[in-house]
Design a protein. Structure first.
Length: 201
């Protein structure tokens, strides 16, 4: 059974929309989604503290595949293939969950990419041999994966911001309580907090 890890920059009130940048101003999504009023909130008025982002480099070393939804794929695929900061992701298998994306819409310079049409196919992927699968961006996919019990771990960098409206990491589905176990945490001088949770089965 492979481990599915959700990684996110998240505001204190749970918003993950349009973070816009990651390591030292390096773009994670091209400027953040257009039209979102607080786009780029990870680097506006937040001091850059390199050690707060150590986990992002570790994720590249420990992951063996990348999973994302169509919107995030279309945001990352024009940018990440040419970025030295994300070189290891270029060589990893990538899986895009979409009912509408076609093979001829995939970029040709980002390595092996497979389109998955359902959560059942994600569940089947988890049953294959291999190491951890990292989920980047993909708010709606994260919610669906969580509701289906397919996420095993969360890597969260929590920013000391309240953003109000915006896409959220966690769904509002009426469901039974899901327990999480805090396995790693640290607070940084700029107010960021690293929180790593395992999902308790």
């Amino acid at each position: 059974m492979r481990t599915v890890i959700s990684t996110a920059f998240i505001s204190l009130d749970g918003v993950v929309e349009a973070p816009g940048a990651s390591l030292d101003g390096v773009v994670e999504a091209p400027g953040g989604e257009p039209g979102y009023r607080n786009s780029g909130w990870t680097f506006k008025d937040i001091d850059f503290v390199p050690e707060a982002f150590e986990i992002k480099g570790r994720e590249q070393q420990e992951s063996t595949a990348v999973l994302m939804g169509r919107t995030s794929y279309e945001a990352f695929s024009p940018v990440w293939p040419g970025m030295a900061e994300f070189a290891r992701y270029k060589t990893m298998p990538k899986y895009v969950v979409s009912t509408t994306l076609t093979d001829d819409e995939l970029v040709s310079d980002w390595g092996e990419t497979t389109i998955l049409r359902s959560l059942d196919e994600v569940a089947a992927l988890k049953e294959t041999d291999g190491g951890p699968i990292i989920v980047h961006g993909s708010a709606r996919l994260n919610q669906a994966l969580s509701d289906a019990g397919l996420i095993d771990r969360y890597h969260l960098l929590v920013f000391p911001l309240l953003l109000g409206a915006g896409k959220r990491l966690f769904s509002t589905t009426d469901k039974d309580t899901q327990k999480l176990k805090l396995v790693e945490h640290e607070a940084y001088s700029n107010g960021l907090q690293k929180q790593v949770f395992d999902v308790v089965r």
